[in-house]
Design a protein around this ligand. Structure first.
Ligand SMILES: C[S@@+](CC[C@H](N)C(=O)[O-])C[C@H]1O[C@@H](n2cnc3c(N)ncnc32)[C@H](O)[C@@H]1O
Length: 376
């Protein structure tokens, strides 16, 4: 089959899958299911007192100091950063000395993650990543290079690899990379994917310092990970993504939990479609790990301004106004009836984006020796 035909077939399949996943997510939750989730959550968090403990003194310091260093809006933060990256970075270092950020360890070992990734909302993330790749594949040069940031055990990197393999029977060539800040997740990802015959290259790095040359990647994906980056550092990874993507063709896909979703709402939506999985006692045990982590993030994001989540609207507005990117698509799901638990969007960088980034790119390239960059 010709690439054009494969592209159109894959696009059609992705759109059909998206429709069917939305239908599942929009099923009403039965009263009895809602009562079970509510009861279990209340028992675990309120009666057994499993609420996360936040360091109140550290949170107070963060509240007092944040606005002395940084503006309120992401838009203003990114403008300041692009105008003088060195000065902005020094402010981050100074602020974090006074108020050390809290790193939330997010282990994604496959056996526990399998419980949650069978959920339709997670599968929708996979569809968005696939659609982002299909959006620019035909115009991209060879080889096609794709990076999954905050890859966990490589779920989305594998989606990219599978899609690229289907598109490339004649050998235009492609490379897929997966990076994560946790060494243990990368070890897990390597073991799992290589045993499946995959050739994804996994490595450990912070999303704020992507070790690739400017203009070198066709696709960057970040699923369910960028919200874990501290608020004052968000201009770093946004600028990094725009720097490494190729102008006029490079596409980025980002999904995050919706900032208005509480853990209970999240559980309701999961239960609509996945209650059989969730009512398995072993899975409940595994999901407790997730519950703790999500609840902790929930509590942190309310208690500390350096942890406050950024809305999808803020991100897309900032990217289009400050970095002049082209927003291709914005998704919230489920579409109707109940809270949206995830939002995702895709954008493409253009020549104007590269102009806005000129100062930052120079700054970053001059610090290249600080960390090892990939030889492409
Ligand atoms: C909820 S998991 C999502 C994993 C994967 N993207 C998926 O959806 O299956 C979040 C991941 O982000 C990673 N992460 C957190 N902060 C990071 C950072 N600053 N740089 C790179 N990865 C980070 C965590 O280690 C974790 O693997």
């Amino acid at each position: 089959m010709k690439t054009e035909e494969t592209l159109s077939t894959l696009r059609k399949q992705a759109e059909q899958t998206m429709e069917s996943l939305h239908r599942q997510l929009n099923q009403p939750l039965r009263f009895i299911q809602k009562a079970v989730v509510d009861g279990l959550s209340t028992l675990y968090f309120d009666i057994l007192g499993k609420k996360p403990k936040i360091d109140e003194e550290a949170a107070r310091l963060a509240r007092e100091n944040f606005s002395r260093y940084f503006p309120e809006s992401l838009e203003e933060m990114l403008s300041q950063f692009l105008a003088d990256p060195e000065e902005y970075q020094q402010k981050v270092v100074a602020f974090e000395k006074t108020c050390p950020p809290v790193f939330v360890d997010f282990p994604t070992n496959p056996s526990y993650y399998r419980v949650i990734t069978s959920d339709p909302s997670r599968r929708l993330q996979e569809v968005l990543t696939r659609l982002a790749l299909l959006a620019n594949y035909a115009d991209a040069g060879a080889p096609y290079r794709a990076l999954d940031v905050g890859t966990g055990f490589g779920r989305l990197a594998r989606v990219m690899e599978e899609t690229l393999a289907a598109l490339d029977p004649e050998g235009k060539g492609y490379r897929v990379y997966g990076m994560d800040i946790l060494e243990s997740n990368i070890a897990e990802a390597k073991q799992l994917n290589h045993s499946l015959g995959s050739r994804i290259r996994f490595f450990t790095r912070d999303m704020n310092r992507i070790p690739f040359p400017s203009d070198s990647l066709n696709l960057v994906n970040i699923t369910d990970a960028s919200y874990l980056n501290f608020r004052q550092r968000r201009p770093f990874y946004l600028a990094e993504i725009a720097r490494v993507l190729t102008p006029n063709r490079g596409v980025c896909c980002i999904t995050n939990p919706n900032e208005n979703t509480t853990l209970k709402e999240y559980n309701y939506v999961m239960m609509r479609t996945n209650y059989r999985t969730y009512l398995n006692p072993l899975n409940i045990l595994k999901a407790t790990v997730l519950g703790k982590c999500s609840l902790y993030i929930d509590a942190l994001s309310k208690a500390r301004p350096d942890w406050a989540l950024t809305t999808t609207a803020d991100m897309t507005n900032t990217l289009s106004r400050i970095l002049k990117v082209d927003i291709i698509d914005i998704h919230n799901w489920p579409k109707k009836g109940g809270p949206a638990i995830y939002s995702g969007f895709t954008f493409a960088v253009n020549a104007e984006t590269k102009k806005q980034l000129a100062r930052y790119t120079e700054f970053r390239e001059s610090h290249k020796a600080d960390d090892e960059w990939f030889d492409l």
